[in-house]
Ligand binder design. Structure first.
Ligand code: GAR
Length: 183
């Protein structure tokens, strides 16, 4: 079975959806840059090993990514799945896992890359936004697109309501896309 690492920084609801989907893969490691994040609790409950770090304790991105790389190798990881990991992946991991890192982003890329994609979409008063799964390259949410789903916005859409709609779609779409990548 292919071994997957999930990278997350927050609640980890996508991580949970991936765990619950029981893919033909082993979720071998959770990598998290926020020791207090709820995704770490989810990993413990599911008995998934964790690598938790704080970027400020390292001299550079290269320094912490070398440690992540070591953990990934130790666990035999073959595919990296970013699920709300709020850091740019650096050359250390990109070179070691070329074409083997995917990300989910809460907009129809190339619209609204970067932080607070949901807030950006509301600010722009778009009628349609959505979710994108894409391969990761050195840019900010710029890699080749694998799958997208559109979501219509209501007149009275709020950050919370759009977040809820987006999560619902993400939790269905991301496990399916990952399963497809395992073939
Ligand atoms: C998800 O909506 C994901 O698309 C987004 O963070 C959320 C994490 O939620 N990712 C990005 O914005 C990446 N640029 P979760 O922790 O509940 O899975």
């Amino acid at each position: 079975m292919k071994k997957i690492a999930v990278f997350a920084s927050g609640s980890g609801s996508n991580f949970q959806a991936i765990l619950d989907a029981q893919l033909d893969a082993e979720i071998s490691l959770l990598v998290c840059d926020k020791p207090q994040a709820f995704c770490v609790e989810r990993a413990k409950k599911a008995e998934v090993p964790t690598f938790v770090f704080q970027a400020k304790e390292y001299a550079s991105k290269e320094a912490y990514e070398l440690e992540i790389l070591h953990a990934l190798k130790e666990h035999g990881v073959e595919l990296i799945v970013l699920a709300g990991y709020m850091r740019l992946i650096g050359t250390t991991l990109l070179q070691a896992f070329e074409g083997k890192i995917v990300n989910i982003h809460p907009s129809l890329l190339p619209a609204f890359p970067g932080k607070d994609a949901i807030g950006q979409a509301l600010e722009a008063k778009v009628k349609v936004s959505g979710v994108t799964v894409h391969y990761v390259d050195a840019g900010m949410d710029t890699g080749p697109i694998i799958a997208q789903r559109a979501i219509e916005l209501n007149e009275d859409e709020t950050k919370e309501s759009l977040q809820t709609k987006i999560h619902r779609i993400e939790h269905e779409l991301y496990p399916k896309v990952i399963q497809g990548l395992l073939q």
